[in-house]
Design a protein around this ligand. Structure first.
Ligand SMILES: NC(=O)c1ccc[n+]([C@@H]2O[C@H](COP(=O)([O-])OP(=O)(O)OC[C@H]3O[C@@H](n4cnc5c(N)ncnc54)[C@H](O)[C@@H]3O)[C@@H](O)[C@H]2O)c1
Length: 426
């Protein structure tokens, strides 16, 4: 019985997609004693793992070496391992198309890879963030077409991933899991699986509800970030310090939760997930105005930052086109290397488009792609003499901000890190 094999840690598990979500997850299963395959289409990632190195900051090399050497973690590009597995967890990307509609091609492709190997008494969980209905429509239906009955022969569930890269307080194994099965028994089996690696599991009645949980969580963040970005723009016009206002508001012990303004939103989640929700809501005849407006405000922030920079430079008698700008931090948030959807890159493209001379420094990111081609980052910030201005787009720890303030005449901090009279802030 699958449930016994899960309880006894005898089940073999394949995690499909070893990125920010899949790699920490497969390592947790391996550490919990399961025999865990990591199936990945990118051979260079598999080779890196086999060489005992991690490419995700939250997963240490030691974790890889110890789980691989104990014979618990098996990274591979061979999909046939699925045939030998009792559980499959799908962690592939769910980005947006150029038209900003959901791009489910990675899920569809993962399902096509999986289908030849599905068998009775197997649990398949989708973890990729997506709109309600995906697990049933794109996964369960395909399996049923193979003649297997969901909830009887085979179990299918959705469980949103909540990992927060670079969060030192909460790692994959500390964060409660939500699960929802396509049938009740599917949910129960998935709950038993996750109970082996996380402190608590909250089971909802359907896979669709579980899919919606993730969209609620991230839309909540998007809407609140949109609100505080709007408040920042209002405060600036009214000559009120938004950071001081937030510090004061958050002394209220109930009914308020601080969110912080910034140069825009980035990463694979907050820019994308609300648009999965709005796309599906529209198919049900709902115009999700608040959600769309928050996204619009957040997408506007890089333009706002560039406009503000132009004004700041004007006040100093400088034109952007004759200015040397150092952009500090290009990852989408501090202490990570992920540049997906990063507002810093949008800002750099706008500055380059307006003929500014732009360099960047980011200890986590060696180079980025811009409208002018590949831009290599500075290796260090020992010589700052050539810059008229520094724009702090991402406030990584471990940077000598004092030196920057002393060396560069104009510093514009979009993250509220410095909070000093001589530094411009949002
Ligand atoms: N990054 C986060 O912080 C985060 C947090 C919560 C949820 N999520 C969600 O988790 C999902 C995965 O995100 P991620 O950040 O880990 O993405 P990622 O790009 O870091 O990793 C996905 C991996 O899947 C691989 N892949 C693509 N197609 C594949 C296939 N058919 N079979 C096997 N491997 C395949 C890719 O090569 C890549 O290594 C997304 O739906 C995302 O929205 C991400």
């Amino acid at each position: 019985m699958l449930r016994d094999r899960i309880l006894n840690r005898e089940a073999k598990i394949t995690v499909m997609g070893l990125g920010y979500v899949g790699l920490p997850l497969v390592v947790e299963f391996a550490k919990a004693g399961f025999y865990a395959y990591g199936y990945e289409v990118d051979n260079s990632k598999v080779e890196t793992l086999k060489a005992g190195r991690s490419y995700i900051l939250d997963v240490s090399d030691d974790d890889i070496v110890s789980t691989v050497s104990k014979g618990k973690f098996h990274p591979t590009v061979d999909a046939e391992v699925i045939k030998d597995s009792d559980v499959v967890v799908i962690c592939v990307p769910t980005p947006l198309r150029k038209t900003r509609d959901p791009d489910l091609s990675f899920i569809i492709s993962a399902v096509q890879t999986l289908l030849p190997y599905v068998h009775r008494d197997m649990l398949i969980v989708l973890e990729s963030t997506t709109y309600p209905g995906t697990t049933e429509e794109l996964l369960a239906r395909e399996i049923e077409n193979k003649g297997l009955s969901i909830g009887k022969d085979i179990y299918v569930a959705f469980s949103p991933e909540r990992v927060d890269p670079a969060n030192k307080a909460y790692k994959t194994s500390d964060i409660p899991k939500v699960v929802g099965g396509v049938t009740d028994v599917c949910g129960v089996v998935a709950e038993e699986l996750y109970k082996t690696i996380v402190p608590s599991v909250h089971r909802v009645s359907t896979a669709r509800a579980a899919e919606m949980v993730k969209l609620l969580e991230n839309t909540f963040r998007s809407v609140n970030i949109g609100l505080i970005n709007e408040m920042a723009m209002i405060c600036h016009k009214m000559d009120i310090d938004i950071w001081e206002v937030i510090d004061a508001a958050k002394t209220k012990p109930f009914g308020y939760m601080p969110f912080y303004p910034g140069p825009g939103i980035g990463g694979h989640c907050i820019p994308c997930d609300p648009l999965y929700l709005t796309w599906k809501a529209k198919m049900h005849g709902i115009e999700p105005r608040l959600v769309e407006l928050a996204s619009e405000i957040n997408y506007y922030m890089p333009h706002y930052v560039v406009d503000r920079l132009v004004d700041i430079l004007n006040d100093h008698g400088k034109a952007l086109s004759r200015t040397s700008v150092l952009v500090l931090g290009v990852a989408y948030k501090k202490n990570v290397s992920d540049t997906r959807e990063s507002p810093a890159i949008e800002i750099i493209n706008k500055l380059l488009g307006k003929k500014a001379r732009v360099d960047f420094y980011d200890p986590y990111v060696p180079s980025i792609m811009t409208i002018k081609g590949i831009l290599k980052g500075l290796e260090d910030i020992s010589d700052l003499s050539r810059y008229d201005c520094c724009l702090i787009a991402t406030d990584h720890d471990g940077i000598d901000y004092e030196k920057i303030i002393k060396s560069i005449e104009i510093v514009f901090d979009t993250r509220g890190r410095l909070r000093k009279e001589e530094v411009y802030s949002l």
